[in-house]
Design a protein around this ligand. Sequence first.
Ligand code: BGC
Length: 520
Amino acid sequence: MNASAKDLASLLPPGFTLGVATSAFQIEGALDEDGRGPSGWDVFAAKPGSIVEDHSPAVSCDHYHRMPEDVALMKALGIDSYRFSLSWSRIQPGGSGPVNPAGLDFYARLIDLLLANGISPMATLYHWDTPLPLDEAGGWMNRDTAYRLGDFAAIAAAAFGDRVTRWVTVNEPATVTTNGYALGMHAPGEALMLKSLPSVHHQLLGHGLALQALRAAKVQGEIGITNVYSPMVPATANPLDAVSAGLMDVAQNRLYADPVLLGKYPDVIRAATFFSSSFSPSSEDMELISQPLDFYGLNYYMPTRVGAGPGEGAVPPGMAEAMGDDLSGTPGAPFHIAPFPDTETTAYGWPVKPEYMSVALAELADRYPDLPPVYITEGGASFEDVVVQCVGSDRRMVPDERRLRYLADHIGTALEATRPGGAAEAVDLRGYYVWSFMDNFEWSAGYKQPFGLVHVDFDTQVRTPKASYYWLQEVLAARNAAPAAQPAGGQQDGAPAAGQQDADGQNGGVADVGEPSPAG
Ligand code: BGC
């Protein structure tokens, strides 16, 4: 795939959304300000040894105080849409009960500024930062948390339902269960292994209740859920590896997608005898979970190569080091993740395999005949960036060619795959959001894994757009310079909602903001 901005722009179908993504806990800082309550992640991150080098999320990108500056950088980039998450603890500090007006006000200002700049808001209700009182009551192991998320959705809908273009109910429940409840690498730090299954069902139920609340409030925007999806590749032709890859596929992909898109858990899960009594999905629950969606959010980062037996470790190679942990050799593990031979890896050790983007989309189309339109709600890569200070000037550059190529290859592959005649032509692909807009607090890896289009100096808070930012800016400019074509369908970015939004053709925004250029 060619990384030329013009070539990629020529592949973009009319109406295709290009956006950037972040989440509240990873960028905002200001954890104790203006009435925000603590989240389970505040407590987990403060425990020595939980985060690499004990990095603290207390300030992070200081986005809470620098939001207008960050939106100005988005505007100058020229993106159609910004995906962010609402901090539940900022809006409803106790996870239930009273609402914090200052929390609502922060997101009202963000949303209004986005709209004034022609950028469509995509708001995620739950991106992992559970209010602490809910975590203390069992978090997602407790069914009540699902109802609390439904209530939170109603609060968000009342406040922003007239202005948000797209809603994501829950982000990557698979990661919350695997890292937070099965392995203990994320908040709330539980290592329950298979006993973590109720946390799957309760998150999906939370999705269903949130969806129901948004619909009841008649929000203007489209509604979906975001699941991560990783095609599973048997390590060798050994049939045991194929069985292992199939099990991983169930554990990481189907367990989360089937209930939402097919209304049932995978057979192997339903048949398993290890269900605890608190995990007994009723038909009412399954109906809530499988309500029709306006779109399906897909996070694609990489495929996973799976071998039978304990192997090297339970996490991707490189991840263990990145986390400063020795997770190698998991005695008794039924299968393991193996490296792809001769394959470039990111700083996390994740394999760079754009061709599997096409596989992921084709598998989704194949498995889910009624798949709604798809947004790729996250994709991106961490690489060790170098900030170059130019001699004799205060100009700074970040030549992140590998990230730029990762994005060009993945977006290009997704577009090719979903064209008529492509491997995933049945998928109605509507957009791609780059993870991430700026470097941020990468959960247990702290500030060690930068994914941003914009470099953040965490000592000075100076933002420096990287080469990948300027490349994406060029893609958007080239697309906008092409003769206008009629969009295919769906809710368009910047389209008026309830008479509140400024109308905007793609990137016809109006606010007067600074324009970074490669010359800095
Ligand atoms: C999550 C993000 C995370 C990214 C990179 C996704 O799993 O939604 O919060 O930073 O991947 O690890």
